[in-house]
Design a protein around this ligand. Structure first.
Ligand SMILES: Nc1ncnc2c1ncn2[C@@H]1O[C@H](COP(=O)(O)OP(=O)(O)OP(=O)(O)O)[C@@H](O)[C@H]1O
Length: 243
């Protein structure tokens, strides 16, 4: 099959074209092609180990792709690193804290570093939205795993952003926390942010996603399929075939 012609990436959003990701030169999944415009949310779904986090790392600029292109506002990843860092906020699988800084101080540091005005008000409002007000003066190491997860999300949301990359943001959240997360991300999308998130959560798929990429094996030349949110929800709830 001949390769698809490269379609122009949307000038205003994220354009992923035949992105191949992997380690030591070996792809972990089929190529990914999808666009995410401002005000759109695209989910990455697929089995454990399918390659969702690896795709997100490459889109975040933390891993060099094996092939394909990632464009943001029309520019390829390596051409616009500092502008991209300014625009993109991530919640990936990382959990690193300054041992002496409280929850609120972490958020203030992030907000100040990104030139936010009214830092204290912005941080207070975000702490309240994340139900972390009572933990404001605690050290992150004293938080529960779900609270730490909400702190990571808060750190992405107290700074300006045009693109949010999230790796299973529902992890370690209880049902109330997941509902609140879905509402928050839907509002974020409606405010014009482009969202790309890996998830196993049907609530996020149904409430937030415009489309989903099903991350599948690198077996064939075909791109990973792009499906509607209902189909993606069926895929994540389908029983895993036993070999
Ligand atoms: N740093 C690494 N070096 C080599 N292989 C890796 C590395 N990180 C992940 N892998 C492998 O790449 C494949 C894809 O992993 P990845 O974490 O992207 O999957 P995932 O779809 O996010 O899974 P999950 O749903 O469990 O989070 C797996 O086989 C994994 O073992």
């Amino acid at each position: 099959m001949s390769p698809r012609p490269e379609t122009p990436a949307p000038a205003e959003g994220l354009g992923i074209h035949r992105l191949v990701v992997g380690y030591a030169g070996s792809p972990v999944c089929a190529p990914v092609s999808v666009d995410v415009a401002p005000g759109e949310a695209v989910c990455l779904v697929g089995a454990n180990g399918a390659g969702k986090s690896t795709v997100l790392k490459a889109v975040a600029g933390l891993l060099t792709p094996l092939d394909g292109t990632v464009r943001w506002r029309g520019q390829a990843l390596d051409e616009r690193t500092s502008a991209y860092r300014r625009d993109v906020a991530t919640v990936l699988d990382e959990d690193a804290w300054f041992p002496e800084l409280s929850v609120a101080e972490h958020l203030e540091l992030v907000a100040r570093g990104h030139g936010v005005r009214d830092v204290v008000d912005v941080v207070d409002a975000e702490l309240e939205r994340q139900a972390l007000t009572e933990q404001a003066d605690q050290l992150p190491t004293a938080l529960s795993s779900g609270q730490r997860r909400r702190l990571l999300l808060a750190a992405a949301l107290v700074r300006p952003r045009a693109l949010l990359l999230l790796d299973e943001p529902e992890q370690r959240l209880d049902p109330t926390g997941r509902e609140a997360l879905a509402e928050r991300l839907a509002a974020e999308r409606d405010a014009g942010t482009a969202l790309l998130l890996a998830t196993h959560d049907t609530v996020l798929l149904r409430r937030v996603a415009d489309r989903a990429v099903v991350v599948v094996d690198a077996g064939g030349a075909e791109d990973c399929p792009v499906v509607d949110p209902g189909e993606a929800a069926r895929i994540v709830t389908a029983p895993v075939a036993q070999g």
